[in-house]
Design a protein around this ligand. Sequence first.
Ligand SMILES: Cc1cc2nc3c(=O)[nH]c(=O)nc-3n(C[C@H](O)[C@H](O)[C@H](O)COP(=O)(O)O)c2cc1C
Length: 293
Amino acid sequence: MKKALIVYYSQAGQTERAVEHLARGLGRAVATDLRRIEPDEPFKFPWSMRNFFRAFPRCVQSVAPRTRPLNLRWVDYDLVLLAYPVWFLSPALPMQGFLLSEEARGLQGKTVITVATCRNLPLSAGIWMKDRIAALGGYFAGQLAACELTPLWASFVTTPRWMLTGRKNAFWFFPAAGLSDSDFAQIEATAAGIAHAWAASNGDPARLPVLGSNLNRVSLLMMDRIGHDLFFRPWSRLILRLFPKPGLGQDLLLVLFRMSLVVLIICGSPCIRIFESSVRNHPSWIRKLGLKP
Ligand SMILES: Cc1cc2nc3c(=O)[nH]c(=O)nc-3n(C[C@H](O)[C@H](O)[C@H](O)COP(=O)(O)O)c2cc1C
């Protein structure tokens, strides 16, 4: 059995912490190497409001930065994990940059598991990863998604506050932002399960455990797909067609985008919640809307 490789990007540190737990879990049965993706273009944390929204059209239309070579010896690995944060329902730009680089061609023939960390919407990003891995000739074995389990109304405030100020502490009646200690412990336990199954499988990806998200809600899966395909895609295309480079024109259009996003959330969320309660969050709907290998 060859080694496992984790290639990851982390900006605010949450994915990096998840990767430490992944490596610890995998390490119980499989030797594991880690490599961090470094984009040529820096993404400063915390974000300014302007830079945060300027990343939106690029994330959705895959205008990704170049990444520094990782100088990987792909022959050493047969199982690869790609860990990334979700940005605007898409993989973070540096992860997209890596997967669009020449070096990523080494994924051909490898079994690949993706690991998303996010607030609560990892589905469309996982579909982008799955399609790209298939285009590179890799075998997509599933996505492990770590979502925040705090109430949605709370993370709607605490996650943007963290991204824009760097502060993730609890305040007033809001809980702390980000994944909890038990979420990280769950990542480690899942990784240990993957490693044991992989070590026993003789490299057969069909014998890996079924992966999924820790937050399976019909309403969130629908918001993710509808938001991405019917709202983020047309807006990002329009913005980059009219103003391909960042500047005043793009910023003005992004103000309109933000206003329409607020309207969409206020009007769309209750409708989706009503639909969710009418289908009683039934597992068959989760399966229909979910990310299958
Ligand atoms: C620019 C930006 C956009 C984001 N968009 C989403 C999103 O669409 N859906 C989501 O669930 N989380 C979103 N998040 C939250 C991050 O995915 C989440 O906090 C992630 O775990 C941060 O990982 P890191 O600390 O490794 O950078 C976004 C964060 C940033 C910075």
